[in-house]
Design a protein around this ligand. Structure first.
Ligand SMILES: [Zn+2]
Length: 753
């Protein structure tokens, strides 16, 4: 028995050390916080019961650290403590009883209850009201100096009090808070990633951490981080008696507070609120993983002191875990409308957060390989809100050795076509556009609400129509006739009439909606709107895509003989070859507005030792490519990879045939005519930068409605740069080349607003 306990303690210590390393150093945890907490607590309990087996190097003896090698280390004015955990009301009662035993008899404790934010701890110092330093929590004693990055976060005041009417700032104030992404900001960030053709971020907290640890604070500034401040670490000239007063004081100084903190006269009152918080969890704008309960009276809290690394006067109440471990039995493969293969884990059913889960997302095969998830593994599953449950990672310690690696299939499970992984992509695809599974998913999406919205055409109907050979693609829907439909089982006259009616109505959907319905990877309603803003009709878009494709083919045709003669063994040369093989994404966008293209290209290509004539030929063809693809590359908000996807899709023979059939059947393929509100800005080109009072797209629409044009980069041809808050390098460039800079107000004044 004792041997078992000793080895269990050793085992837990080792596992926790490993996961602390994954989490804090690699920023890539393999298990959930819930799983970690459970292991940590088990170790704590075993060590408390059997102190003789506790190890010197136990993870319970150290404070977690987020220190990384890239930043200056700074010492906190006081240790930044962590909190002990409670998992139910009984834990809270025990905590209170222990505390009361340490206080004079007859003491009564009141509490402040607030949500426990799932973000990154930050310590910010103010000297005479001015922000002088911001540091990560680090190991609790030392943190990383991230002052420049934290200053870009708008909810962090650079000077306090924000409202001078709130009186004077204390000579010194060091506050503690949390930095995080609001759920909608994280969603938006992922939409931008998608528009750029980049993979989505999975974990909001890790992404916030990565954002805060950018070496270039301009990168941090691009992320919409929010800071909440909730405690005072150290101060001079501030006399407060309770936690509640601390919050009031921080609020008066102008810090961003969580508004829902509550002051409870006793533990019963606080405990009564736990269930309500848990129920509201998914509706809050930010992620929380529990609640924090603090003894309100600061003198009592001081008297209680610190146990280990936890102050006795505060405790974290953790919500029941929404993760659980179970066995990964097998993997099924789905094929989406774009051909993307999605592996799904089939699980030994497990109860998580109130529901039984028997399958979970594995994201993609790269992720599976990175996490080394194997069939037969014990895996940790997370479920939160409406998100599909997903596999966090394997429990490595539970391996028997019989687990099998999970690899992408060689052929599509639905049509047996060899699967492909396009260069730079993380996903695998079935490339066959007539793959029955892809056709089914394409049609399902095409008729769905938000797409063409064809009522009466559910998956069963689509399936029946495909089976009877009545439709093979989206366009066939629009030429369906009543007679063959009436011959189908369950299709009475009224039903057929209604279906044909809704198909007829769908032909008149706005052009942007038609584009969205096509289901191109990365083209949702936002990007479709960008396209219809820039292309008057499908014919326009198709012609531009065709020109861009031809110019690219000509470029590659002309340049490949020039570079074929070279070995490419030199890594610098190889990099250049790759760029020249992908001129549409790697060259054209970069030299879009470059003056003296030939001489800039000569500098770029110098490692290749080409003749001046060869460089001139390359420059000429690059210029043709730039000219041909300009209408696509100048669309603000469309990254080069997505632009390339669009060109690929609209030059694909199968897609072109479907579009031609749709057009012939009378589906709307024209953008609505834009009505110009004025011509005050006619002929002027604008570049927008920084944060405006409204989304930048609205300012763009305003400029365009008044006859102006908006482009993405500053050149001598730019009429004005309009700069909002924290503008980037575009303003510097404008100053350098003498382009006038306007504020948003000045722009509005120009329009007579
Ligand atoms: Zn297939």
């Amino acid at each position: 028995m004792t041997q078992n306990i000793r080895s269990r303690i050793a085992d837990l210590s080792e596992k926790l050390h490993f996961h602390i390393y994954r989490y804090h150093v690699l920023n890539d945890p393999l298990i959930t916080d819930g799983e970690y907490d459970r292991m940590f607590r088990e170790l704590q309990e075993l060590e408390a019961e059997h102190p003789q087996y506790a190890r010197e190097d136990s993870p319970t003896q150290r404070v977690g650290s987020d220190l990384s090698g890239d930043f200056l280390k700074v010492e906190h004015p006081a240790p930044i403590l962590s909190l002990a955990n409670a998992f139910d009301v009984a834990d809270l009662s025990q905590w209170e009883e222990r505390n009361l035993r340490l206080l004079p008899s007859g003491s009564q404790l009141g509490y402040v209850l607030q949500p426990k934010l799932d973000g990154l701890s930050i310590v910010i110092s103010y000297e005479n009201g001015e922000l002088t330093r911001a540091a990560t929590r680090g190991n609790g004693i030392l943190g990383d100096d991230v002052t420049a990055n934290v200053k870009t976060i708008r909810t962090v005041p650079l000077r306090i009090p924000v409202d001078p009417a709130s009186g004077a700032a204390p000579p010194r104030l060091v506050v503690r808070g949390e930095i995080l992404f609001h759920k909608d900001a994280f969603l938006e960030l992922n939409q931008e990633q998608e528009a750029q053709g980049l993979p989505a971020y999975i974990n909001a907290r890790n992404t916030a951490s990565g954002s805060l640890k950018q070496k270039d604070s301009r990168e941090t500034a691009k992320r919409k981080l929010t800071a909440y401040i909730y405690d005072i670490v150290d101060s001079e000239g501030v006399e407060l008696r309770s936690e509640w007063e601390i919050l009031q004081f921080l609020g008066a100084m102008g810090f961003n507070l969580i508004t829902d903190a509550s002051r409870c006269s006793d533990l019963v009152e606080a405990a009564a609120q736990l269930a309500g918080w848990e129920a509201r969890r998914d509706d809050l704008p930010f992620e929380i993983d529990g609640l924090v309960l603090k003894v309100d009276d600061l003198s009592a809290a001081r008297e209680l002191g610190v146990a280990g690394k936890d102050p006795r006067g505060a405790i974290a109440y953790k919500f029941p875990a929404e993760e659980a471990a179970t066995t990964l039995l097998g993997v099924t493969i789905g094929v989406g409308r774009t051909g993307k293969l999605t592996p799904t884990a089939q699980l030994e059913p497990v109860f998580i957060g109130g529901v039984t889960v028997s399958s979970a997302s594995l994201h993609n095969y790269d992720q599976v390989a990175a996490l080394d998830i194997r069939q037969g593994d014990r895996v940790v599953i997370k479920r939160s809100g409406d998100v599909i449950p997903y596999v966090i990672g394997p429990v490595l310690g539970a391996r028997s050795g019989d687990e099998k690696p999970i690899l992408p299939p060689e052929v599509c499970p639905f049509c047996a076509t060899k699967v492909v992984q396009p260069e730079g992509a993380i996903d695998w695809f079935c490339p066959n556009p007539t793959c029955p599974e892809r056709v089914m998913r394409t049609l399902e999406f095409f008729v769905s609400r938000g797409a063409m919205d064809i009522e009466g055409m559910g998956p069963q109907t689509i399936s029946a129509l495909i089976d009877k050979g009545l439709i093979q693609d989206e366009a066939d829907i629009f030429t369906l006739q009543a007679e063959p439909l009436l011959a189908l089982e369950g299709f009475a006259e009224k039903k057929v009439e209604n279906l044909l009616g809704s198909i007829e109505a769908a032909k008149a959907r706005p052009f942007a909606q038609v584009l969205t319905s096509l289901g191109l990877d990365g083209v949702g309603s936002t990007v479709a709107g960008l396209l219809t803003d820039n292309f008057a009709s499908m014919a326009d878009l198709l012609a531009t895509a065709e020109q861009a494709r031809e110019a690219e083919a000509a470029f590659i045709r002309q340049t490949s003989p020039l570079i074929a003669a070279m070995s490419g063994e030199d890594p610098d040369q190889e990099k250049l070859f790759q760029r020249m093989r992908r001129p549409s994404t790697d060259l054209a966008p970069r030299y879009l507005d470059a003056p003296e293209l030939a001489s800039r290209l000569e500098r770029l290509l110098r490692p290749l030792n080409l003749s001046t004539e060869s460089v001139a030929v390359i420059a000429e063809h690059l210029q043709s490519l730039i000219d041909a693809s300009r209408p696509i590359h100048t669309i603000d908000g469309l990254g080069p990879i997505l632009a390339q996807n669009i060109v690929d899709w609209f030059t694909d023979e199968h897609n072109k045939t479907v579009l031609a059939k749709m057009q012939a059947a009378g589906v709307n393929m024209q953008a609505e005519e834009k009505v110009a509100a004025g011509t005050a800005l006619a002929g002027k080109t604008f570049v927008l930068t920084g944060t405006m009072s409204v989304p930048r797209g609205k300012i763009k629409a305003l400029v365009e409605a008044n006859g102006g044009k908006v482009t993405g980069s500053v050149s001598k041809k730019t009429g004005y740069v309009v700069a909002g808050d924290s503008p980037g390098s575009k303003v510097e460039k404008a100053e350098k080349i003498g382009v006038p800079i306007l504020s948003e107000d000045e722009l509005r004044a120009l329009l007579g607003e």
